[in-house]
Design a protein around this ligand. Structure first.
Ligand code: HEM
Ligand SMILES: *[C@@H]1O[C@H](CO)[C@@H](O)[C@H](O)[C@H]1NC(C)=O
Ligand SMILES: *[C@@H]1O[C@H](CO)[C@@H](O)[C@H](O)[C@H]1NC(C)=O
Ligand SMILES: *[C@@H]1O[C@H](CO)[C@@H](O)[C@H](O)[C@H]1NC(C)=O
Ligand SMILES: *[C@@H]1O[C@H](CO)[C@@H](O)[C@H](O)[C@H]1NC(C)=O
Ligand SMILES: *[C@@H]1O[C@H](CO)[C@@H](O)[C@H](O)[C@H]1NC(C)=O
Ligand SMILES: *[C@@H]1O[C@H](CO)[C@@H](O)[C@H](O)[C@H]1NC(C)=O
Length: 322
C-alpha cells in the first residue's frame, strides 16, 4: 500500500511536470549563466529613454502567449506565403520588436542557439515594468520555453480578445487558455499602463447604438474629455492614456478608475457587468492585493502551452524560423 502511494505520487509528479510545469527558475543557469542579466541590462537601457516601452513589451508578451502559447510566434515576420500574427488586425501599435532583437543579438553573441525568443520576451516584459520599482521584479518569470515555427494572422484574430467584446466572450477566450474569470479581471489591470487608439472606443462616444448616441455606461465627464481628444468615429491615429494621467506608472489605479465608469474600452467596462467580476474588481482596488494577484496570474499566462523538450526550436533570429 505504501509503495503504491509513493509510486502514484511519483507518477502524479511527472504528470504535473508535463502540464506546463516544464518551466524552471533560471533554466539557463548552466547553459548561459548571464542570459537573464543581459536581458535586464539591455531592457533597462531602452526603458530609460523610452518610458512607453514597458507597456509595449507587456502587451507583446500577452499577444504571444494567447496565440499558440508563449512561443515567440508574435515575433515572426510574414513571408511570401504566410501572413504572420504581427500583421493581423489586432496588431495595432504592437511595438518593441527592435528591443527584443537587440537583446537576442547580445545573448546570441554570448551563448549561440541557447536562449529562446519566447523566454527573452517574457523576461524583458517583466524587467521593463520593474524599472520603476528600482528593478525589483514584480513577478517571477520561469524559463525554458522553446520557440514555435508557426505564426498565422488568422489565429491572432481568433485568439486575441477584442476591445469590443463583452464579459461572456472574454471569459470564453480566457477559459480556452485555462485562465479563470479571476485571471481575466486581474490581467486587465495591465491597462494601468499604455495607450489606446480612438477608433477602438469612439463608438462609445459618438455612435453607440447607431443613433449618434453615447454609451450610457461611460462616465459622461470622461466621455466629454475623450471627445476633446478624438477627432471622430474614424480617427485611427490619435491615442489616449488608458489610465488617465498615470499611463506610464504601473499601479493599482485601473480598478478605482474602472469603478468610476472610466474604463476606456467596452472590454474594460464589461468587467463591472456581472456580480462575480465586479466583486473581483472591488477586491483589487487594494493595490497590494492587485500586485500579489497580478504576479500569480502573469505566471499562469506565461505558462500557456509552452513548448519544451524537443518541441519547437531555439530560434537564431527572433523574426524568422531557423
Ligand atoms: C482582457 C482582454 C484584453 C483586451 C480586449 C485588450 C485590448 C487592448 C487594446 C484594444 C489595446 C489598445 C491597442 C491600441 O490601441 O494600440 C490594449 C493595450 C494594451 N494592453 Fe490590452 N487587452 C486585454 C488584455 C490585456 C492583458 C492580459 C495584458 C497584459 C497582461 C494587456 C496589456 C496591454 C498593454 C500594456 C497595453 C498598452 C499598449 C501600448 O501602450 O502600446 N492587455 N489592450
Ligand atoms: C549589466 O550591467 C552592469 C552595470 O552596468 C554591469 O556591471 C554588468 O557587467 C552587466 N552584465 C551583463 C551580463 O551585461
Ligand atoms: C500590422 O499589420 C499591418 C498589415 O496588416 C502592417 O502593415 C503593419 O506593419 C503591422 N504592424 C506591426 C507593428 O507589425
Ligand atoms: C455578448 O456578446 C455576444 C455576441 O455579440 C452576445 O450574443 C451575448 O448576448 C452578449 N452577452 C452579454 C452578457 O451581453
Ligand atoms: C488546459 O488544460 C487541459 C487539461 O489539463 C489541457 O489538456 C489543455 O491543453 C490546456 N490548454 C491550454 C491552452 O493550456
Ligand atoms: C452610426 O451607426 C449607424 C448604424 O451602424 C450607421 O448607419 C451610421 O452611418 C453611423 N454614423 C456615422 C456618423 O458613422
Ligand atoms: C488629468 O490631470 C489634469 C491636470 O491635473 C486634470 O485637469 C484632468 O482632469 C485629469 N484627467 C483625467 C481624465 O482625470
Amino acid at each position: 500500500m505504501r509503495f503504491f502511494l509513493v509510486a502514484s505520487m511519483v507518477v502524479l509528479c511527472f504528470i504535473g511536470i508535463s502540464e506546463g510545469g516544464s518551466l524552471r527558475k533560471n533554466f539557463y543557469r548552466t547553459s548561459c549563466p548571464q542570459a537573464e542579466q543581459i536581458v535586464k541590462n539591455i531592457t533597462q537601457q531602452h526603458v530609460s529613454s523610452r518610458p512607453e516601452l514597458p507597456a509595449k513589451l507587456l502587451r507583446l508578451h500577452f499577444h504571444d502567449c494567447f496565440v499558440r502559447g508563449c512561443d515567440g510566434s508574435v515575433l515572426l515576420e510574414s513571408t511570401a506565403s504566410n501572413t504572420a500574427e504581427k500583421d493581423a488586425i489586432p496588431n495595432l501599435s504592437l511595438a518593441g520588436f527592435d528591443v527584443i532583437k537587440n537583446i537576442k543579438d547580445a545573448v546570441e553573441a554570448k551563448c549561440p542557439g541557447t536562449v529562446s525568443c519566447a523566454d527573452i520576451l517574457a523576461l524583458a516584459a517583466r524587467d521593463a515594468v520593474s524599472v520603476q520599482f528600482n528593478n525589483e521584479p514584480k513577478w517571477e518569470v520561469l524559463t525554458g520555453r522553446r520557440d514555435g515555427t508557426v505564426s498565422k494572422s488568422s489565429e491572432a484574430l481568433i485568439n486575441i480578445p477584442s476591445p469590443f467584446q463583452n464579459i461572456t466572450q472574454l471569459k470564453q477566450i480566457f477559459a480556452s487558455k485555462n485562465l479563470t474569470l479571476h485571471d481575466l479581471v486581474v490581467l486587465s489591470g495591465a491597462h494601468t499602463i499604455g495607450v489606446g487608439h480612438c477608433n477602438l472606443f469612439s463608438r462609445r462616444l459618438f455612435n453607440f447604438t447607431g443613433k449618434g448616441d453615447q454609451d450610457p455606461s461611460l462616465n459622461p465627464t470622461y466621455a466629454n474629455f475623450l471627445k476633446t481628444k478624438c477627432q471622430g468615429l474614424s480617427d485611427r491615429t490619435t491615442t489616449v492614456e488608458m489610465d488617465p494621467n498615470s499611463s506610464k506608472k504601473f499601479d493599482g489605479n485601473y480598478y478605482p478608475i474602472l469603478l468610476q465608469n472610466k474604463g476606456l474600452f467596452t472590454s474594460d467596462a464589461t468587467l463591472l457587468t456581472t456580480k462575480q467580476s465586479r466583486n473581483i474588481v472591488n477586491e483589487l482596488v487594494s493595490q497590494n492585493k492587485f500586485f500579489t494577484e497580478f504576479a500569480q496570474s502573469m505566471q499562469r499566462m506565461g505558462a500557456i502551452e509552452v513548448l519544451s523538450g524537443s518541441n519547437g526550436e531555439i530560434r537564431r533570429t527572433c523574426s524568422v524560423v531557423n
